[in-house]
Design a protein around this ligand. Structure first.
Ligand SMILES: C[S@@+](CC[C@H](N)C(=O)[O-])C[C@H]1O[C@@H](n2cnc3c(N)ncnc32)[C@H](O)[C@@H]1O
Length: 324
């Protein structure tokens, strides 16, 4: 029954479509609904009355929980204002895991603090037995020297060579700024945001459903990671854009035998369990430079994991010229 929807973006109203999805058939639902902020969508008026918007949200939230497997998870992305209501609804029907704060500037809303994050509510269908993988992101390093930006209070020796476990505050994934990377859509999300969510909550061949698919970000992330996807989207132009992009997307987000997330050739999310297999793919140079004092310092423990091959080549050329 669910097979007819697999790996398709279907045009239509998500509430109607969700009602046709069998109970407990989906591994992860990610929903990024309109925020009711009068955004200029092609087929949708983003300005409902307060109660009307929340009643509508409740009706599709109930469906997202119903269709999720007992081992599965539900992720809801929105501005904090609406997430406080979503959370109250979800606390009645699912299990709270996290409020993920995704740092990203948004528009000021009158006389208020400058909004600096979007929230991603992370609920599991059941209290026990849900699928979850710890994930890591690379240490922040100085671009030129490769030094760790953070001091870590003199405890660098014990650090994981790749980087720390990802917390519930995400500051390293940025909104798409350049128009050349954007589709004609007012609020397209970055693919690697979805890749991080999919890596931590699913396995290869699992099913990821996005009821507000937009221009297909969730589907693209799922396909790159060899998961199945289902997208629902009201607007036929957005469906056409997604389908075109999906035709040229393949399951390539892999290093060795591990599925990982890349951004501009850098690996930016890995699963903790994959590190043993992944570490052979990284070059670990034993040399570091102290650029500021123009002295060259040899440091055995300096690792530059997380750099792309191109950056590594530039760095080794630079090092060679310093030593020659
Ligand atoms: C915030 S955007 C999602 C953007 C998406 N995450 C992306 O990265 O492209 C919300 C989307 O929901 C769609 N939409 C609004 N009402 C809908 C409905 N009832 N059923 C399905 N899609 C709907 C809008 O057309 C819009 O593309």
């Amino acid at each position: 029954m669910i097979e007819k929807y697999l790996n398709k973006i279907i045009q239509g109203d998500c509430l109607e479509l969700l009602k046709t999805v069998p109970d407990g058939s989906i591994d992860v639902v990610f929903a990024d609904p309109p925020f009711n902020l009068k955004k200029k969508y092609k087929s949708y008026q983003d300005s409902l009355e307060f109660k009307e918007y929340l009643d509508w949200c409740k009706s599709w939230i109930i469906e997202t929980v119903r269709v999720t497997k007992p081992t599965g998870s539900i992720f809801l992305h929105n501005i904090p204002k609406w997430l406080t209501y979503y959370s109250a609804m979800l606390n009645e029907m699912a299990n709270f895991k996290h409020w993920i704060s995704w740092e990203a500037p948004s528009s000021p809303m009158g006389k208020s603090l400058q909004p600096g994050h979007y929230g991603i509510l992370f609920y599991t269908k059941s209290k026990k037995g849900n699928k979850f993988y710890e994930i890591r992101h690379p240490h922040k390093r100085d671009r030129k020297t490769g030094y760790l930006v953070k001091d870590y209070g003199g405890k660098k020796d014990g650090l994981h060579p790749f980087g720390p476990l990802v917390s519930d505050v995400w500051t390293d994934i940025h909104r798409i700024k350049h128009n050349k990377f954007r589709d004609k859509h007012p609020c397209q999300l970055p693919v690697h945001l979805l890749e991080r969510i999919i890596l931590m909550s699913t396995d290869k061949d699992d099913i990821v459903l996005d009821p507000f698919s937009g221009t297909g970000t969730t589907a693209i992330a799922a396909k790159r990671l060899n998961r199945n996807y289902i997208g629902f989207e009201l607007d036929k132009n957005y469906v056409a854009i997604s389908t075109k992009k999906l035709d040229t997307t393949s399951p390539i987000s892999k290093l060795g035998n591990s599925w990982v997330s890349f951004y501009l050739n850098n690996v930016i999310t890995i699963r903790d369990t994959d590190w043993e297999q992944l570490k052979s793919h990284y070059v670990i140079p034993k040399v570091a430079r102290d650029i500021e004092s123009k002295r060259i310092i040899l440091k055995d423990d300096d690792v530059r994991i997380g750099y792309s091959m191109k950056q590594m080549l530039t760095l080794s050329r630079l090092e060679k010229s310093l030593f020659d």
